[in-house]
Design a protein around this ligand. Structure first.
Ligand code: ADP
Ligand code: GN1
Ligand code: MG
Length: 371
């Protein structure tokens, strides 16, 4: 921890109504979007308390204040319900810690918008799921989360990223970027483009079903990557769903699908050796069991049947997004090395293939569990 980083973190944290002084701080780099610091404060009585300080990425979120209004609405709704119904997914809940002014966020240099959350103690987030219990717990927690927010009136939640899971629009955008080739990288990714094009027939299927009224839009999380749930380090129990910036109207299936995408592979999302990517069936089974435990009461039979497909479609969508960002010069997702977004794209396409190969067994399992 450098002195200048500590001073920087303290200069942000001190604007929140935290007692005492900032004695430790470091950056958490597991998310691809926001800037996240862990700050430890020493209280006047000598006790220590930890906080998360987070800068909303204003390149990704064009209206960061709308994001904050949503986060306020969602955290309040959940906290009230959990208190009233004692219906908590695991134990702790996420709350915004107020600024000294009483506001829910502070404005820093260059218009940066910072917020402060309670630190969820005793937990880890996993980029790669280690066992079926973690998978079961994560899916159960996201199902419970969907159940908690689905009664939020749609007019109380703003669309923080328009068309976020419009897979078809994501595809057309990729094709535009391929045509423009702003960084001269298209030559290197012909194979990936051809693979993506070969999937065009089914990539809009969930959207078509939504438009036909066959599957319903609800308020959903929309970023259910498995490292967006805090898992108890000792018991592997899911304690709290985090990363609420994209809670808005969406399809429950995109949430489940993103769990399949992010939890079933045994290697990191940016693994350069795609031969190591797999869709681990026992992890998928645990995801289905955990998710149905909390989501069965509101999912329709058609949605349940589409659970395996949802993993395939969001792996493709995410692959498309990584490739688009690679071709545009790595402007959206945080990268720490060259070709990282390309490697990320390739793992996603490998997952699509792995899911396609096992889709029948996946569906057979879903049918068995759903009865
Ligand atoms: P991003 O949008 O960049 O993904 P996240 O909100 O997911 O940002 O936060 C990034 C990481 O920071 C998470 O994966 C988690 O490890 C950690 N984190 C975020 N919020 C908390 C919290 N309230 N308590 C503990 N850790 C947190
Ligand atoms: C981003 O913020 P993070 O790292 O939890 C992204 C998701 C992608 C994911 C891919 C707001 O999630 O949509 O699926 O990266 N979040 C946003 O790893 O774009
Ligand atoms: Mg995150």
């Amino acid at each position: 921890m450098s002195d200048s980083l500590l001073r920087h973190i303290a200069s942000i944290g001190d604007q929140f109504a935290i007692e005492g002084s900032c004695v430790e701080g470091h950056e958490i780099e597991s998310g691809h979007i926001n800037t996240t610091y862990l700050a430890t404060y020493e209280r006047p009585n000598g006790g220590r308390k930890r906080f998360i300080l987070q800068r909303v990425n204003e390149h990704v979120f064009k209206d960061p204040e709308a994001v904050m209004r949503n986060v306020q609405t969602v955290t309040r709704h959940i906290n009230e319900k959990v208190l009233r119904e004692k219906k908590d997914a695991g134990g702790q809940t996420l709350s915004l810690f107020p600024a000294r002014t009483g506001a829910a966020w502070v404005k820093g240099e260059g218009g940066a918008l910072w917020r402060c959350y309670n630190f969820i103690e005793g937990c880890h987030t996993y980029d790669v799921v280690e066992n079926t219990r973690q998978a079961y717990q994560a899916a159960k927690a996201f199902g419970a989360f969907q159940d908690l927010v689905r009664d939020l009136p749609a007019d109380q939640v703003e669309e923080t990223i328009p068309g976020f899971h419009d897979t078809r629009a994501r595809y057309h955008r990729l094709m535009e970027v391929v045509a423009a080739d702003p960084q001269g990288r298209v030559g290197k990714v012909q194979e990936e483009i051809a693979t993506i094009q070969s999937y065009e027939a089914w990539l809009g299927r969930l959207l078509d079903l939504r438009d036909a009224g066959e599957i319903l839009e609800r308020i959903t999380h929309n970023d259910t990557k498995v490292n967006n749930v805090m898992i108890d380090a000792k018991t592997d129990e899911a304690v709290c769903v985090i990363d609420l910036d994209t809670v808005m109207p969406g399809l429950s299936l995109y949430d489940f699908g993103d769990l399949v995408r992010s939890a079933t592979s045994p290697v990191d999302e940016d693994e350069p050796n795609t031969a190591l990517v797999e869709m681990r069936m026992p992890i998928f089974e645990a995801l289905v069991e955990g998710y149905l435990e909390t989501a069965r009461n509101f999912l329709t039979p058609l949605e349940i049947e589409l659970l395996p497909f949802s993993g395939k479609v969001i792996s493709l969508e995410t692959g498309i997004r990584f490739l688009t960002d690679y071709l545009e010069g790595d402007l959206y997702f945080r990268t720490s090395r060259q070709d990282q977004n390309l490697d990320r794209c390739r793992t996603q396409l490998q997952l699509v293939k792995a899911i396609e190969e096992q889709e029948e067994q996946m569906l057979a399992f879903v049918k068995k569990v759903a009865g």
